[in-house]
Design a protein around this ligand. Structure first.
Ligand SMILES: Cc1cc2nc3c(=O)[nH]c(=O)nc-3n(C[C@H](O)[C@H](O)[C@H](O)COP(=O)(O)O)c2cc1C
Length: 196
C-alpha cells in the first residue's frame, strides 16, 4: 500500500463520510497501517465521522497535503459543513465521498470494531476502534510531495485547537508564515480569523 503506511506509524489523513442527510463530511483522523490490506482508525464517539462510519460501515481515507484542509475539517463545528458537494464525488465501493483534490484516496470497509473509554489529560472520552479492509486505492496526483514545515505546523495547530488548547500557538503560526506560500498563508490566516 505504501503512501507512508508502515506498521507502528500513524498517517494523518482526512476521512470523508456522508452525514445522515447526505451532506459530505470531512475530519482529520490518524490512520494505523496494519498490513497491505488492513487499516485501523480510532474515532471519538462524539464526532460525526464516528456516527457515519457506524451507519454506513465504510469511509474514504484521503491522502492530502493541504494545510487549510486539515484546519478546516478539524475546526468546523459539528453539524456545520466543512466541505461542499462540489469538493467531493461518490466513491465506488463504499457509501462515502472522496475529496476531488486529494493526492490519493483509499476506499475502506469496516471489518469489525470495538469501543473503550479513553482517559488522558483532556479528560474521558469514548473511542471506537474500527478495523477496516482496503477495497480500492486511487492515485489522483502522480508525483510525490516533498516535506513542508508549514503543513506540519498547520497539523499541530489543528490538533491543539480541536482540543481547545490555546498554548504556544504563535510558534505554529510563525512557521506557517515563513514556510508556506503567501497565498496559502493568507487563506489560513483568514480562516483562523473567522474561527475566533
Ligand atoms: C491531525 C489531526 C488528527 C486527528 N486525529 C483524530 C483521530 O484519530 N480520531 C479522532 O476521533 N479525532 C481526531 N482528530 C480530531 C477530529 O478531526 C475533530 O474532532 C473533528 O472536528 C471531527 O469532525 P466530525 O465531527 O465532522 O467528524 C484529529 C484532528 C487533527 C487535526
Amino acid at each position: 500500500m505504501q503512501m507512508g503506511f508502515k506498521k507502528g506509524r500513524i498517517v494523518e489523513a482526512v476521512v470523508t463520510t456522508y452525514n445522515e442527510d447526505a451532506a459530505p463530511n470531512a475530519a482529520p483522523v490518524g490512520i494505523y497501517g496494519i498490513d497491505e490490506k488492513t487499516l485501523v482508525l480510532k474515532v471519538h464517539k462524539e464526532s460525526d465521522t464516528c456516527a457515519n462510519i457506524l451507519r454506513t460501515k465504510g469511509c474514504v481515507i484521503n491522502i492530502v497535503y493541504d494545510p487549510l484542509m486539515f484546519l478546516r475539517s478539524a475546526l468546523t463545528a459539528r453539524g456545520e459543513p466543512e466541505i461542499r458537494q462540489a469538493d467531493v464525488e461518490k466513491a465506488e465501493k463504499v457509501d462515502a465521498p472522496f475529496l476531488r483534490d486529494s493526492n490519493a484516496y483509499i476506499e475502506a470497509r469496516v471489518l469489525g470494531y470495538r469501543n473503550y473509554l479513553k482517559r488522558d489529560r483532556y479528560g474521558e472520552s469514548e473511542v471506537y476502534v474500527f478495523k477496516c479492509g482496503v477495497l480500492k486505492i486511487v492515485i489522483l496526483k502522480a508525483y510525490p510531495v516533498g516535506l513542508n514545515r508549514g503543513v506540519a505546523a498547520a497539523i499541530e495547530l489543528a490538533i491543539k485547537l480541536s482540543r481547545g488548547d490555546k498554548k504556544g500557538l504563535d510558534e505554529h503560526i510563525r512557521i506557517m508564515r515563513r514556510t508556506l506560500s503567501a497565498s496559502e498563508y493568507r487563506e489560513i490566516a483568514s480562516f483562523l480569523e473567522q474561527c475566533r
